[in-house]
Write a protein that binds this ligand. Sequence first.
Ligand SMILES: [Zn+2]
Length: 327
Amino acid sequence: MVAASGLLLAAQPATTDTHRFTEVRNGIFLAQTTAPVFNSNALVIINDDDVVLVDSHVTPSKARDLIASVRTLTSNQITAVINSHHHWDHAHGNQEFTDIPIIGHEFTYEKLATAPLDEPTYTRGVVGNQARLERMQEEIADATDATEQARRQADYDLFAAHVQDFDEIAPVPPSVTMSDRMTLYRGNREIQILFLGRAHTGGDVAVYFPDDGVVFTGDMALNGPSFLGDGFVDEWPQTLENLKALDFDVFVPGHGPPVTDLSRIDVVQDYYRDLWRETETKYREGVSVEEASRTIDLTSHTGIPIRNVGVDPLTVGRIYQRLENPD
Ligand SMILES: [Zn+2]
Protein backbone atom coordinates (compact mmCIF):
# COMPACT_ATOMS: atom_id res chain seq x y z
CA MET A 1 0.00 0.00 0.00
CA VAL A 2 1.01 3.57 -0.51
CA ALA A 3 0.69 6.11 2.26
CA ALA A 4 -0.20 9.79 2.01
CA SER A 5 -1.66 9.55 -1.47
CA GLY A 6 -3.89 12.52 -0.73
CA LEU A 7 -0.91 14.74 -1.26
CA LEU A 8 0.08 14.36 -4.87
CA LEU A 9 2.64 17.07 -5.24
CA ALA A 10 5.01 17.55 -2.35
CA ALA A 11 5.83 21.15 -3.20
CA GLN A 12 5.32 23.95 -5.67
CA PRO A 13 7.30 23.57 -8.88
CA ALA A 14 10.82 24.99 -8.82
CA THR A 15 12.06 26.68 -11.95
CA THR A 16 15.41 27.60 -13.48
CA ASP A 17 16.11 29.52 -16.70
CA THR A 18 15.54 26.33 -18.66
CA HIS A 19 13.56 23.89 -16.51
CA ARG A 20 10.51 23.41 -14.36
CA PHE A 21 10.78 20.76 -11.64
CA THR A 22 7.67 19.26 -10.13
CA GLU A 23 8.22 17.06 -7.10
CA VAL A 24 5.98 14.07 -7.59
CA ARG A 25 6.87 12.50 -4.26
CA ASN A 26 9.81 12.13 -1.88
CA GLY A 27 12.64 13.58 -3.95
CA ILE A 28 11.31 12.24 -7.26
CA PHE A 29 11.05 15.23 -9.62
CA LEU A 30 9.50 15.56 -13.05
CA ALA A 31 11.84 17.80 -15.10
CA GLN A 32 10.44 19.66 -18.11
CA THR A 33 12.16 22.22 -20.30
CA THR A 34 10.36 25.55 -20.45
CA ALA A 35 11.40 26.43 -24.04
CA PRO A 36 8.49 26.02 -26.51
CA VAL A 37 10.18 23.24 -28.47
CA PHE A 38 9.41 19.54 -28.67
CA ASN A 39 11.19 17.64 -25.91
CA SER A 40 10.48 14.77 -23.57
CA ASN A 41 10.07 14.66 -19.83
CA ALA A 42 12.99 13.58 -17.68
CA LEU A 43 12.83 12.24 -14.16
CA VAL A 44 15.29 13.45 -11.53
CA ILE A 45 15.59 11.07 -8.58
CA ILE A 46 17.39 12.72 -5.68
CA ASN A 47 18.62 10.00 -3.35
CA ASP A 48 20.47 10.23 -0.01
CA ASP A 49 23.89 10.41 -1.66
CA ASP A 50 23.41 10.78 -5.41
CA VAL A 51 21.02 11.51 -8.28
CA VAL A 52 19.69 9.10 -10.90
CA LEU A 53 18.09 10.44 -14.08
CA VAL A 54 15.56 8.86 -16.38
CA ASP A 55 15.88 10.01 -20.00
CA SER A 56 18.40 12.50 -21.34
CA HIS A 57 16.30 14.92 -23.44
CA VAL A 58 16.21 15.64 -27.16
CA THR A 59 19.68 17.16 -27.76
CA PRO A 60 23.05 17.37 -25.97
CA SER A 61 22.34 21.05 -25.41
CA LYS A 62 19.08 20.33 -23.60
CA ALA A 63 20.89 17.64 -21.56
CA ARG A 64 23.51 20.18 -20.47
CA ASP A 65 20.70 22.52 -19.41
CA LEU A 66 19.22 19.67 -17.39
CA ILE A 67 22.54 18.93 -15.67
CA ALA A 68 23.00 22.61 -14.79
CA SER A 69 19.44 22.86 -13.48
CA VAL A 70 19.78 19.73 -11.34
CA ARG A 71 22.75 21.43 -9.64
CA THR A 72 20.39 24.11 -8.36
CA LEU A 73 18.31 21.41 -6.62
CA THR A 74 21.07 19.38 -5.00
CA SER A 75 24.82 19.07 -4.67
CA ASN A 76 24.55 15.27 -5.07
CA GLN A 77 26.25 13.95 -8.20
CA ILE A 78 24.36 12.32 -11.05
CA THR A 79 25.60 8.71 -11.01
CA ALA A 80 23.42 6.95 -13.61
CA VAL A 81 20.98 7.59 -16.44
CA ILE A 82 18.20 5.22 -17.42
CA ASN A 83 16.80 5.30 -20.99
CA SER A 84 13.05 4.57 -21.03
CA HIS A 85 13.36 3.73 -24.76
CA HIS A 86 15.47 4.62 -27.79
CA HIS A 87 13.47 7.47 -29.34
CA TRP A 88 15.44 10.59 -30.20
CA ASP A 89 13.42 12.97 -28.05
CA HIS A 90 14.32 10.86 -24.99
CA ALA A 91 17.84 9.63 -25.71
CA HIS A 92 19.83 12.04 -27.86
CA GLY A 93 21.21 13.80 -24.81
CA ASN A 94 23.02 10.56 -23.84
CA GLN A 95 26.39 11.79 -25.08
CA GLU A 96 26.57 14.18 -22.12
CA PHE A 97 26.60 11.20 -19.74
CA THR A 98 29.37 8.98 -21.10
CA ASP A 99 31.31 9.17 -17.80
CA ILE A 100 28.54 7.35 -15.89
CA PRO A 101 26.50 4.20 -16.58
CA ILE A 102 23.65 4.62 -19.07
CA ILE A 103 21.15 1.84 -18.46
CA GLY A 104 18.66 0.61 -21.04
CA HIS A 105 16.91 -2.40 -22.50
CA GLU A 106 18.83 -4.61 -24.95
CA PHE A 107 16.47 -3.44 -27.71
CA THR A 108 17.29 0.18 -26.88
CA TYR A 109 20.98 -0.65 -27.12
CA GLU A 110 20.47 -2.31 -30.49
CA LYS A 111 18.59 0.71 -31.85
CA LEU A 112 21.03 3.33 -30.55
CA ALA A 113 24.15 1.32 -31.43
CA THR A 114 23.26 0.67 -35.08
CA ALA A 115 21.87 3.51 -37.20
CA PRO A 116 19.83 5.78 -34.93
CA LEU A 117 20.09 8.77 -37.26
CA ASP A 118 18.50 6.67 -40.03
CA GLU A 119 15.54 5.66 -37.86
CA PRO A 120 12.36 6.83 -39.61
CA THR A 121 11.13 8.31 -36.35
CA TYR A 122 14.21 10.52 -36.22
CA THR A 123 14.38 11.48 -39.89
CA ARG A 124 10.69 12.46 -39.78
CA GLY A 125 11.51 14.67 -36.81
CA VAL A 126 14.30 16.39 -38.72
CA VAL A 127 12.05 16.93 -41.75
CA GLY A 128 9.35 18.28 -39.41
CA ASN A 129 11.83 20.77 -37.95
CA GLN A 130 12.71 22.11 -41.40
CA ALA A 131 9.05 22.38 -42.39
CA ARG A 132 8.31 24.29 -39.20
CA LEU A 133 11.20 26.68 -39.83
CA GLU A 134 9.82 27.44 -43.30
CA ARG A 135 6.32 27.95 -41.92
CA MET A 136 7.64 30.31 -39.27
CA GLN A 137 9.52 32.30 -41.89
CA GLU A 138 6.31 32.72 -43.88
CA GLU A 139 4.51 33.81 -40.72
CA ILE A 140 7.17 36.47 -40.11
CA ALA A 141 6.67 37.77 -43.65
CA ASP A 142 2.87 37.76 -43.18
CA ALA A 143 2.90 39.76 -39.94
CA THR A 144 0.93 42.97 -40.32
CA ASP A 145 2.57 45.07 -37.62
CA ALA A 146 6.14 45.49 -36.43
CA THR A 147 5.54 44.29 -32.86
CA GLU A 148 3.99 41.06 -34.05
CA GLN A 149 6.76 40.63 -36.59
CA ALA A 150 9.42 41.07 -33.89
CA ARG A 151 7.65 38.53 -31.68
CA ARG A 152 7.50 35.98 -34.49
CA GLN A 153 11.15 36.65 -35.30
CA ALA A 154 12.10 35.98 -31.66
CA ASP A 155 10.16 32.68 -31.73
CA TYR A 156 11.91 31.79 -34.96
CA ASP A 157 15.37 32.56 -33.58
CA LEU A 158 14.72 30.40 -30.54
CA PHE A 159 13.48 27.47 -32.63
CA ALA A 160 16.27 27.87 -35.20
CA ALA A 161 18.87 27.71 -32.40
CA HIS A 162 17.25 24.49 -31.16
CA VAL A 163 17.35 22.98 -34.66
CA GLN A 164 21.02 23.99 -34.90
CA ASP A 165 21.64 21.99 -31.72
CA PHE A 166 20.79 18.82 -33.66
CA ASP A 167 24.09 19.18 -35.56
CA GLU A 168 26.09 18.04 -32.55
CA ILE A 169 24.02 14.90 -31.93
CA ALA A 170 26.25 11.81 -31.86
CA PRO A 171 24.02 9.11 -30.42
CA VAL A 172 25.37 7.01 -27.56
CA PRO A 173 23.79 3.67 -26.67
CA PRO A 174 23.34 2.37 -23.12
CA SER A 175 26.55 1.05 -21.54
CA VAL A 176 24.62 -1.31 -19.28
CA THR A 177 21.74 -3.37 -20.65
CA MET A 178 18.99 -5.48 -19.15
CA SER A 179 16.27 -7.70 -20.56
CA ASP A 180 13.59 -8.23 -17.91
CA ARG A 181 14.46 -6.29 -14.79
CA MET A 182 17.18 -4.56 -12.83
CA THR A 183 17.06 -2.95 -9.39
CA LEU A 184 19.14 -0.03 -8.15
CA TYR A 185 19.46 0.42 -4.39
CA ARG A 186 20.42 3.99 -3.55
CA GLY A 187 20.45 4.94 0.12
CA ASN A 188 16.94 4.16 1.34
CA ARG A 189 15.55 4.06 -2.15
CA GLU A 190 14.72 1.07 -4.31
CA ILE A 191 14.48 1.83 -8.04
CA GLN A 192 13.10 -1.00 -10.16
CA ILE A 193 13.70 -0.92 -13.90
CA LEU A 194 11.09 -3.21 -15.43
CA PHE A 195 10.47 -4.49 -18.94
CA LEU A 196 6.75 -5.28 -18.89
CA GLY A 197 6.41 -6.36 -22.53
CA ARG A 198 6.58 -4.68 -25.91
CA ALA A 199 4.49 -1.54 -26.31
CA HIS A 200 5.54 1.83 -27.76
CA THR A 201 8.80 0.18 -28.91
CA GLY A 202 10.36 -3.24 -28.48
CA GLY A 203 12.28 -2.12 -25.40
CA ASP A 204 10.27 0.21 -23.19
CA VAL A 205 11.12 0.07 -19.51
CA ALA A 206 9.07 1.38 -16.61
CA VAL A 207 10.94 2.85 -13.66
CA TYR A 208 9.08 1.89 -10.52
CA PHE A 209 9.42 3.17 -6.96
CA PRO A 210 7.66 0.57 -4.81
CA ASP A 211 8.00 2.59 -1.59
CA ASP A 212 6.48 5.73 -3.09
CA GLY A 213 3.72 4.38 -5.30
CA VAL A 214 5.17 6.13 -8.35
CA VAL A 215 6.10 4.79 -11.77
CA PHE A 216 7.71 6.57 -14.71
CA THR A 217 6.23 5.06 -17.84
CA GLY A 218 8.06 6.87 -20.64
CA ASP A 219 5.88 6.69 -23.74
CA MET A 220 4.44 3.26 -22.96
CA ALA A 221 1.65 5.00 -21.04
CA LEU A 222 0.61 8.58 -21.57
CA ASN A 223 -2.63 10.32 -20.61
CA GLY A 224 -3.91 9.23 -24.05
CA PRO A 225 -2.64 7.18 -27.00
CA SER A 226 1.09 7.33 -27.76
CA PHE A 227 2.89 7.61 -31.10
CA LEU A 228 2.26 4.21 -32.68
CA GLY A 229 4.69 4.19 -35.62
CA ASP A 230 7.16 1.87 -33.86
CA GLY A 231 4.52 0.26 -31.67
CA PHE A 232 3.31 -3.27 -30.96
CA VAL A 233 -0.39 -2.49 -30.78
CA ASP A 234 -1.29 -6.20 -30.60
CA GLU A 235 0.79 -6.75 -27.44
CA TRP A 236 0.46 -3.31 -25.88
CA PRO A 237 -2.83 -3.89 -23.95
CA GLN A 238 -1.24 -6.84 -22.15
CA THR A 239 1.86 -4.78 -21.36
CA LEU A 240 -0.39 -2.14 -19.82
CA GLU A 241 -2.13 -4.91 -17.88
CA ASN A 242 1.29 -5.85 -16.47
CA LEU A 243 1.87 -2.19 -15.60
CA LYS A 244 -1.46 -2.03 -13.74
CA ALA A 245 -0.35 -4.97 -11.59
CA LEU A 246 2.23 -2.70 -9.92
CA ASP A 247 1.17 -0.80 -6.78
CA PHE A 248 1.11 2.90 -7.64
CA ASP A 249 -1.30 5.79 -7.63
CA VAL A 250 0.47 8.24 -9.89
CA PHE A 251 2.42 7.71 -13.08
CA VAL A 252 4.76 10.11 -14.81
CA PRO A 253 4.48 9.81 -18.59
CA GLY A 254 7.19 10.62 -21.14
CA HIS A 255 5.25 13.74 -22.15
CA GLY A 256 2.82 15.86 -20.16
CA PRO A 257 2.06 16.19 -16.46
CA PRO A 258 1.81 13.35 -13.90
CA VAL A 259 -1.37 11.28 -14.23
CA THR A 260 -3.41 10.32 -11.16
CA ASP A 261 -6.55 9.16 -12.99
CA LEU A 262 -5.36 5.60 -13.55
CA SER A 263 -8.55 4.77 -15.47
CA ARG A 264 -6.86 6.54 -18.40
CA ILE A 265 -4.85 3.35 -18.85
CA ASP A 266 -8.06 1.31 -19.34
CA VAL A 267 -9.41 3.85 -21.81
CA VAL A 268 -6.24 3.61 -23.90
CA GLN A 269 -6.15 -0.21 -23.65
CA ASP A 270 -9.70 -0.41 -25.06
CA TYR A 271 -8.72 1.93 -27.86
CA TYR A 272 -5.64 -0.10 -28.81
CA ARG A 273 -7.67 -3.35 -28.82
CA ASP A 274 -10.27 -1.89 -31.17
CA LEU A 275 -7.67 -0.18 -33.32
CA TRP A 276 -5.87 -3.48 -33.81
CA ARG A 277 -9.10 -5.41 -34.50
CA GLU A 278 -10.48 -2.88 -36.99
CA THR A 279 -7.16 -2.52 -38.80
CA GLU A 280 -6.66 -6.27 -38.97
CA THR A 281 -10.12 -6.63 -40.54
CA LYS A 282 -9.16 -4.13 -43.26
CA TYR A 283 -5.88 -5.96 -43.81
CA ARG A 284 -7.64 -9.33 -44.21
CA GLU A 285 -10.08 -7.72 -46.68
CA GLY A 286 -7.13 -6.55 -48.79
CA VAL A 287 -7.87 -2.87 -48.21
CA SER A 288 -4.93 -0.54 -48.91
CA VAL A 289 -3.22 1.38 -46.11
CA GLU A 290 -4.47 4.65 -47.58
CA GLU A 291 -8.09 3.56 -47.76
CA ALA A 292 -8.00 1.91 -44.35
CA SER A 293 -6.55 5.06 -42.80
CA ARG A 294 -9.44 7.07 -44.26
CA THR A 295 -12.24 4.67 -43.28
CA ILE A 296 -11.45 3.04 -39.93
CA ASP A 297 -14.06 4.40 -37.55
CA LEU A 298 -13.07 4.59 -33.89
CA THR A 299 -15.27 7.56 -33.01
CA SER A 300 -17.03 5.42 -30.39
CA HIS A 301 -13.91 6.01 -28.25
CA THR A 302 -15.20 9.29 -26.90
CA GLY A 303 -12.96 9.00 -23.83
CA ILE A 304 -9.79 9.45 -25.91
CA PRO A 305 -11.50 11.44 -27.58
CA ILE A 306 -11.59 10.33 -31.22
CA ARG A 307 -13.70 12.91 -33.04
CA ASN A 308 -13.23 11.99 -36.70
CA VAL A 309 -13.28 8.85 -38.79
CA GLY A 310 -9.81 7.81 -39.89
CA VAL A 311 -6.46 6.79 -38.42
CA ASP A 312 -2.95 8.12 -39.06
CA PRO A 313 -1.57 6.23 -42.11
CA LEU A 314 1.69 5.71 -40.19
CA THR A 315 -0.24 3.78 -37.55
CA VAL A 316 -2.11 1.69 -40.13
CA GLY A 317 1.14 1.03 -42.01
CA ARG A 318 2.83 -0.12 -38.82
CA ILE A 319 -0.04 -2.48 -37.95
CA TYR A 320 -0.02 -3.91 -41.50
CA GLN A 321 3.73 -4.43 -41.12
CA ARG A 322 3.15 -6.34 -37.87
CA LEU A 323 0.50 -8.48 -39.57
CA GLU A 324 2.81 -9.23 -42.48
CA ASN A 325 5.82 -10.00 -40.30
CA PRO A 326 4.66 -11.19 -36.92
CA ASP A 327 7.73 -11.78 -34.76
ZN1 LIG B 1 8.82 7.65 -27.86
